[in-house]
Design a protein around this ligand. Structure first.
Ligand code: ADP
Length: 376
């Protein structure tokens, strides 16, 4: 059955990340100090203490140090983009290539490295590439010529979905197949990706459109969620070994003239650069800004509520409360594989925001059984 463990998740051991499906894997990444941190924080100790070998971190304020919190991985400020990709996203990408849906999300305060971690293109230096580019690189290298890789790229702002590849499309509806529950975005651009250069160009266009749209709306991109959806359609032969089902790439030569009819396997990868998790100061927010704060809170707050409900094994998961959680419905389904990366800064000035992000990660790591997902 499709629920069985794939050989991939067995053979690529060596990391706790590979252990079990159905659990949200959560990593924390600390951003290196920037000039502002160095100047403004010179009188303070850092507010986080990492214990990477134990995969733990502690929070610090004045003379007080918290208990240590365990994650699936704790990345210090020197962790490379490559390592972050390999630990956080690669298992998800491999799972998607095997027909499961997968999600990689970044959560954290604005300026802590969400976009750096996910969207960095690394045009001049390939070692700087983020998760999006590396994921596409791996996917394109794994599929055969007869397979199809397509992407959509959009932003969710004030509960409106705007196409970042065709910015005139500003209010794309979410469609839910009544039978399968599958989520789609009718009308959103879906672009076939042939190679990494072309993908980088798409991402660049998307970023430029995001910037232009947000300038027009007089807001910052940190207030919208940017979502890359990758659709993969593969011709595969089912292989059963030791009761474990997996799919093999159909060798190009057997595509015509072979007796075995390949199955068409569809899967989807979501890479989500969430809006900044900091609370907008209500006292300073009026009119449009206040409205915006409420809406941003709607999607992020409902994500938090769903994570809490899942962590507590609650019978009711309020996935329908916002567009973000509706889009992430598959991410919390039984066979999905989901990774969350929490980005934090070192600065004592942001102790409250850092604590809140760490706590969000601690709740998400408690989600152990998504198979029994129910929703109302
Ligand atoms: P966010 O998306 O969370 O608002 P960004 O990704 O835009 O944050 O990062 C803010 C700044 O910090 C950018 O200039 C980015 O290049 C830099 N930065 C973030 N994380 C790292 C890192 N791990 N190493 C080097 N620079 C980083």
């Amino acid at each position: 059955s499709r629920r069985s463990v794939t050989p991939n998740s067995r053979t690529n051991s060596g990391s706790d990340y590979e252990e079990d499906r159905g659990r949200v894997r959560v990593a924390v990444r600390l951003r290196p100090k920037n000039a502002e941190d160095i100047i403004l924080d010179s009188d303070f100790a850092d507010c986080v203490e990492l214990q990477p070998e134990l995969k733990r971190l502690k929070l610090r304020k004045n003379n007080w140090t918290s208990e240590s919190y365990r994650f699936d991985e704790v990345f210090t400020e020197t962790a490379s983009q490559k390592r972050v990709y390999e630990v956080v996203a690669k298992p998800v990408v491999e799972s998607v290539l095997n027909g499961y849906s997968g999600t990689v999300m970044a959560y954290g305060q604005t300026g802590t490295g969400k976009t750096y971690t996910l969207g960095k293109l690394g045009k001049d230096d390939a070692s700087e590439r983020g998760i999006m580019a590396r994921a596409l690189e791996d996917i394109l290298a794994s599929v055969s010529a007869s397979d199809c890789v397509e992407v959509s790229y959009f932003q969710l702002y004030m509960e409106c979905i705007q196409d970042l590849l065709a910015p005139e499309k500003i209010n794309i509806p979410i469609n839910e197949d009544p039978k399968t529950g599958e989520i789609s975005l009718p009308g959103a651009s879906v672009v076939k990706v042939q190679n990494l250069d072309q993908f980088s160009q798409l991402l660049q266009i998307g970023e430029a459109n995001r910037h232009a749209a947000n300038t027009k709306l007089n807001t910052e991109s940190s207030r919208s969620h940017a979502i890359l959806m990758v659709y993969i359609r593969r011709s595969v032969h089912e292989k059963v070994e030791d009761g474990i089902t997996s799919w093999e790439k159909v060798p190009r030569t057997t595509l015509s003239g072979s007796n075995a009819i390949p199955l068409i396997r569809k899967s989807k990868l979501l890479i989500v650069d969430l809006a900044g998790s900091e609370r907008i100061d209500k006292s300073g927010s009026e009119g449009h800004l206040l409205e915006e704060a409420k809406f941003i809170n709607l999607s992020l707050t409902s994500l938090g509520k769903c994570i809490n409900a899942l962590a507590e094994n609650s019978p009711h998961i309020p996935l329908r409360d916002s567009k973000l959680t509706r889009l992430l419905r598959d991410s919390f389904g039984g066979s999905a594989r989901t990774s969350l990366i929490i980005t934090i800064g070192p600065s004592a000035r942001h102790y409250a925001e850092t604590t809140s992000s760490v706590m969000f990660g601690q709740r998400a790591i408690k989600i152990v059984n998504m198979v029994k997902l129910k929703e109302e």
